[in-house]
Write a protein that binds this ligand. Structure first.
Ligand SMILES: [Zn+2]
Length: 546
């Protein structure tokens, strides 16, 4: 991937910059690609979208989505991208956890974030998913057990179903991922906490809770070099107005909050999240869900310390977590609640059979007949079942490009959604005796406010819009400071703040998207004004004194 990125930079020097935000513990660069049209100005002056991926090591399709967008952005035949890059920038970090992704690619074993051992976990009992029989894949493992909770499906022997209450007609099975145990008694193997349970997406500052309360959280927020580099990289780019962090599993565009109901979110921001998320649904087919309202792993607990929550809550930037790829959707199911349908087993045996049939036809080998194997820790077991990482967690390769395309189109939409400052008009009114009233009308033509969200305004994480008149030897400012503070300017999304949003009944302020800066000056020739538009980028104009 590093080679690919370096080639992208050398092939497109007018568009691509590449830098390392930091180094992983195993010594790999955490690479960030910046893409814009340098002939129209540097990336640091332009409103921007941030994309990243592979926070979770095995969620490799996210990296692919990042590389796909990079490839499309520099495609000389892509007129839409070329036009967008004149005014916008993209920051793309395809691999937050390069050590984790390399570990997965080398071993084929699933892994949450990083191959490092979880801090503070003195585990005698360990389980490590891995390829035990050397066939190059990590499948499932089942062991006959009178107390087993699983039974072979009557519809297809490769699939297990939960044992029904009162069922005494075995065989019943214990079910594991393929892997090795250590310290576990052969007769009663239990899966202990993973020794590599580090979860970067519990390590961000917003709502962070310690390891004992949330597995994988790490010893303190941003304790990992990778999450720290990512956070510092984002903080150093204050014009990012929207962000997507790519994950995989189940096809959903997730949004904050992970631990509060929607009623706790600013009404404008909630409406903007829903409107922008709906655009994402059109592009990808994934439903847009609040994690708290529609994507909770447990009814009695919430997730905190996640990246998108930090980006929204603390930085005030509209941030999404996109879970790429929904296998059931491709089979033909309309999945409104992917978490229940995919992970909680909330589907009929017939629906599962339809999924298996689709896999046999479209990704042969992803559901594998069980075969006997003498396991070094457990004795006789059977290996087979789902090749979960390559059929549920990541799309089969033949479906990858189509999946990336939908996400790419949403990323392009986001670039057209972020705030963008332009000069609507400018003039110099002659007051006589070489004295002039200089006026610049500034407009946010983006969808989102110059703070990205209302949260960004209240958190004061985005500087207000400021117009600065460059005083020179031939120009003297008589009234007002050189810098004129315009506050934050709304975007088109401000309509959501109206009481009635339906156009039939709408009557709200619509000019909050425009600001006016003025100065009284004495001088001759021309004056230059620079507008620093916060997350809306920088605009400049020259006003002749005539
Ligand atoms: Zn993930």
């Amino acid at each position: 991937m590093k080679d690919w990125l370096e080639r992208l930079r050398s092939d497109h020097p007018g568009h691509v910059e590449l830098e390392s935000l930091g180094t992983s513990p195993e010594g790999r660069d955490i690479l960030l690609a910046t893409v814009t049209d340098h002939s129209t100005g540097p990336a640091c002056d332009k409103p921007a979208v941030w994309l990243d991926a592979n926070t979770h090591a095995a969620e490799l399709a996210g990296s692919a989505a990042c590389l796909y967008t990079l490839d499309r952005l520099v495609d000389p035949d892509d007129a839409e991208a070329a036009e967008l890059l004149k005014t916008h920038a993209f920051f793309v970090l395809p691999r937050v956890s390069p050590d984790g992704a390399e570990h997965v690619l080398e071993t084929g074993a699933p892994l949450r974030s990083s191959p490092r051992e979880t801090h503070g976990l003195r585990a005698k009992e360990r389980f490590e998913p891995g390829d035990v029989d050397g066939d190059g894949r990590v499948l499932q493992m089942r062991v006959v057990s009178d107390s087993g909770a699983w039974k072979a499906s009557e519809l297809d022997d490769r699939i297990l179903t939960p044992r029904k209450p009162g069922d005494t007609e075995g065989p019943f099975y214990d079910l594991y991922s393929e892997g090795r145990f250590s310290g576990s008694h052969r007769e009663r193997p239990a899966v202990p906490r993973s020794r590599r349970g580090t979860d970067f997406n519990r390590n961000y500052p917003s709502g962070w809770r310690p390891e004992a309360q949330q597995e994988g959280a790490g010893p303190y927020p941003l304790s990992h070099p990778e999450t720290r580099a990512q956070a510092d990289g984002l903080l150093a780019r204050p014009r990012v107005g929207a962000l997507v962090t790519y994950h995989t599993y189940c096809g959903a565009i997730l949004r904050p909050s992970s631990w509060e109901p929607d009623t706790a979110i600013d009404p404008h921001d909630l409406a903007a999240y829903k409107a922008v998320g709906a655009r994402g649904t059109e592009r990808t087919g994934y439903p847009c869900l609040s994690v708290y309202e529609g994507f909770r792993y447990r009814d009695d607990d919430v997730i905190t310390g996640g990246f998108d929550d930090w980006v929204y809550n603390h930085l005030g930037v509209l941030a999404f977590t996109t879970e790429i790829w929904s296998l059931p959707t491709h089979v033909g199911f309309e999945v409104k609640d992917p978490l229940r349908f995919n992970f909680k087993g909330d589907r009929t045996p017939e629906q599962t059979l339809q999924i298996v049939a689709w896999c046999d036809a479209n990704a042969p080998g992803s559901v594998v007949p069980w075969r006997s194997f003498e396991h070094p820790d457990l004795g006789p077991v059977e290996l087979g079942g789902w090749d979960r990482m390559w059929i549920w967690q990541n799309p089969p390769l033949s479906f990858l490009a189509a999946e990336c395309e939908g996400n790419h189109l949403f990323a392009m939409d986001l670039a057209r959604t972020v705030p963008r400052i332009v000069v609507r008009s400018s003039r110099a009114q002659d007051l006589g005796s070489e004295t002039w009233r200089v006026e610049v009308v500034v407009e946010n033509v983006g969808y989102l406010p110059t703070s990205s969200t209302s949260r960004g305004r209240t958190q004061k994480t985005a500087e207000p819009v400021r117009a600065t008149l460059e005083a020179t030897e031939s120009v003297q400012i008589l009234e007002g400071d050189a810098s004129f503070d315009l506050g934050h300017l709304d975007g088109a999304s401000a309509v959501h703040a109206a009481t009635f949003v339906d156009p039939t009944f709408f009557s709200g302020a619509t000019r909050s998207t425009v600001g006016v800066a003025q100065w009284i000056i004495r001088g001759a020739g021309a004056v230059d004004v620079t507008i620093d538009g916060a997350r809306g980028g920088v605009a400049r104009c020259r006003i002749p004194l005539e």
